[in-house]
Write a protein that binds this ligand. Sequence first.
Ligand SMILES: Cc1cc2nc3c(=O)[nH]c(=O)nc-3n(C[C@H](O)[C@H](O)[C@H](O)COP(=O)(O)OP(=O)(O)OC[C@H]3O[C@@H](n4cnc5c(N)ncnc54)[C@H](O)[C@@H]3O)c2cc1C
Length: 492
Amino acid sequence: MAELVDVVVVGLGVGGEEVAGRLAEAGLTVVGIERDLVGGECPYWGCVPSKMMIRAANAIAEARRVNELAGAAQVQPDWAPVAKRIREEATDTWDDTVAVERFTGKGGRFVRGTGRLDGPGRVRVGGQVFQARYGIVLGSGTRPSAPPIDGLADSPYWTNHQAIEVEELPGSLLVLGGGAIGLELAQVFARFGVQVTVVEAADRVLAIEEPEASEVAAAALRADGVTIATGVRANRVSHDGRSFTVHADGTEFTGDRLLVVTGRKAHLDELGLDTVGVDASQRYLPVDERMHVRDGIWAVGDLTGEGAFTHIAMYQAGIVVADVLDHMRRTKGGPDASGTASVLGGAAGVVSAVGGSMSAGGSTGVPGSVPRADYRALPRVTFTDPEVGAVGLTEQQARERGINVQVGYTDLTSSARGWIHKAGNAGFIKLIADADQGVLIGATSVGPAGGEVLSALVVAVHAAVPLSQLRHMIYAYPTFHRAIEDALRALK
Ligand SMILES: Cc1cc2nc3c(=O)[nH]c(=O)nc-3n(C[C@H](O)[C@H](O)[C@H](O)COP(=O)(O)OP(=O)(O)OC[C@H]3O[C@@H](n4cnc5c(N)ncnc54)[C@H](O)[C@@H]3O)c2cc1C
């Protein structure tokens, strides 16, 4: 017998936990199913611990800059406090008791296990079956995927999990993959004294960003002692029990450990999608602009393939929450919140509570009006030192779309703040404008605070602020973001 509940959420990563918690707070009966740790990749093996590692590594780099700016400093890097902080402060030694209580404290019902669709409206977890009155939300995320390189699958290579959990650093490390995660971790380990080699198949690292960003990031890592090999397509991996060798045509690289960060994959085949008539052979689960997979099923987060970021999962979660409540209202008798209240015995408070919190996330909060996903101003930050922040289209993407493109570029070192900053001041601002519309459609901000400076550019792209307005703003002196004004002046 299936047990009737309002909503079932499969996978309580960033996206699923947010949806499940907010719907539970709104008074719905919500079952949240998680097979591993509530919170998912971000707090245990992703954003949070990696940024703690970066914070520590950057402190080392900053201390070394004392020699150029303020006398002399000797630094003795020690991984032990970093590992301890990750264990104790970030992850509770990879224990999610607090996160489970956070969810149940909001009124949710937690089930540990692997959830699988079991026909329309139903989810099976172990021997239990739940029938969802209003809907099912899938938030099962992705897992690291390794390329089909001969010998790799049989070797004890690291994913981000082992790299984050490491207690004692290896002497040398090969990093397969020069994307954001590969570069962040490569720089951290190098700053703690590990001999790091990054092997990347594309002809540059950070290949999805502007070429200038790739150059600055590569130069920064090389200055930290990282060897960067681009345009190298690994064709075999061997492991002799002590060290790894990555073989490529005409060359090979050896290291004590091998970290593979070449991409991630959604495992749609595990979700029982066939039982509801959805094709499970795709790389990601396509959703519409309200996160619908099909009637009564929503998806959220990395699973949707819309950009693997916590802020995307949270943004989508806000849309799902609003849409599920809207769907519930309609099911229960029309879009009128007062009608909903009588049917749900007081759930009008639910609607206004969610409307209130959604307004921070972009919704109008008006019953019946659900925000639509819009990724035009999707921000992304690679937390290397210098940070690489980007929003919207790159120059190449804009040109490929046939847009009448203007580009404005300025080097951060020649800005007042960059010059003052001196050691560690590499960076630039690059703006991509649509000359016909007179607005920015993309921007890259690289520098010591590249990710923070990005926020002004995200507002500009998101709100399509006219270039004339941006040119007549006042930019505080001497901030890093003041370089935006120089880049605007350089637009041509
Ligand atoms: C090293 C690293 C650094 C990162 N740094 C950043 C960063 O700085 N900023 C940023 O925005 N993003 C960052 N990310 C990405 C971020 O972690 C993800 O975008 C985010 O975790 C996605 O959340 P999610 O809810 O979609 O999926 P996940 O966090 O992957 O959670 C999915 C959950 O579903 C569970 N699950 C899967 N299938 C089932 C099932 N059938 N039944 C029950 N449970 C199931 C899984 O166990 C998992 O807990 C980083 C990622 C990595 C790996």
